[in-house]
Design a protein. Structure first.
Length: 280
């Protein structure tokens, strides 16, 4: 990858190709080698700022986008007063993050995500969303997170921070800032979500009587529906579906049924996503 000069909401400098905290949903994670030491922090760290959300894109991934195995997110994502130091709405939680990042697990330290800034070593700090355009996803109403592409047993993980930029970090470094971080697999995120929708808009999807592609068809889930997760079993999710609906409101004549839909395909790519409305 090439380095991009810093301009307003430009792509940030690309990182070259080359278990102290929670990993939520990844059973049996262990470290066979000691975690990397925490690198020295930048000599002059800018004051914490909330990222400019106008410079953050990709919040709803396209149907064929690779969104990896889970998300890098604040360990406790709770609404708080706008403008307060604890605010976590959108990408504001990044103002409390301190995370060293690397081109690869075998490489030297490259820079930092710190206080809402991207700070490459020996370079000027870039304000996230203002000086450097970032790519994140919205996984629940009001919270943006980073897709995690790989989680290794030794604690290293990679995450996507721009449309073409990938960084590596270590789970031992997830709690260096005032906002502790966690890795959460899509299994956990999907199971605990409030409302889901299929990633391919406009298409009706089969809901079956059992978690199997050969099970009898119970109904077709249309695009105008409210789909709430109930139980996850492998690649299948038991859901309660109310349709037809407009937003969070069932339309006249709507009916509710429960059944099983496939939430992940053979390539482990999620087929469902989080509804932005988040109906209660």
């Amino acid at each position: 990858m090439t380095t991009v000069a810093a301009t307003a909401t430009a792509a940030p400098p690309a990182i070259p190709n080359a278990q102290a905290s929670t990993v939520n949903g990844l059973a049996g994670t262990k470290q066979d080698s000691p975690p990397p030491a925490v690198p020295p922090r930048p000599p002059a760290t800018p004051a914490a700022i909330a990222p400019d959300q106008a410079g953050i894109s990709g919040l709803v991934p396209a149907p064929n986008d690779d969104i990896g195995v889970g998300q890098l997110r604040p360990a406790t994502a709770q609404p708080s007063a706008p403008g307060s130091p604890e605010e976590q709405s959108g990408a504001s939680w990044l103002r409390g993050v301190v995370l060293p990042i690397y081109p690869s697990p075998e490489s030297d330290h490259w820079g930092w995500l710190i206080n809402g800034w991207l700070i490459p070593n020996d370079a000027e700090p870039l304000a996230i969303g203002r000086d450097a355009a970032f790519s994140m996803v919205q996984t629940e109403p009001g919270i943006y997170t980073f897709p995690v592409l790989e989680i290794r047993p030794d604690g290293w993980f990679s995450f996507q921070y721009t449309s073409a930029g990938v960084a590596w970090a270590h789970t031992a470094h997830l709690d260096l800032g005032t906002t502790p971080l966690t890795l959460e697999t899509w299994e956990v995120s999907i199971k605990d979500s409030v409302q889901l929708q299929f990633r391919r808009p406009g298409l009706s999807q089969p809901m079956r009587l059992a978690p199997s592609g050969s099970a009898p068809l119970q109904a077709l889930v249309g695009p105008n529906s409210i789909m709430k997760p109930l139980e996850l079993e492998g690649d299948w999710l038991r859901v309660r579906v109310t349709q037809p609906a407009q937003g969070c409101t069932p339309l006249p004549g709507a009916s509710t049924a429960e059944g099983w839909v496939r939430w992940r395909n053979e390539a482990d790519m999620p087929l469902v996503w989080f509804s932005p409305s988040g109906c209660q």
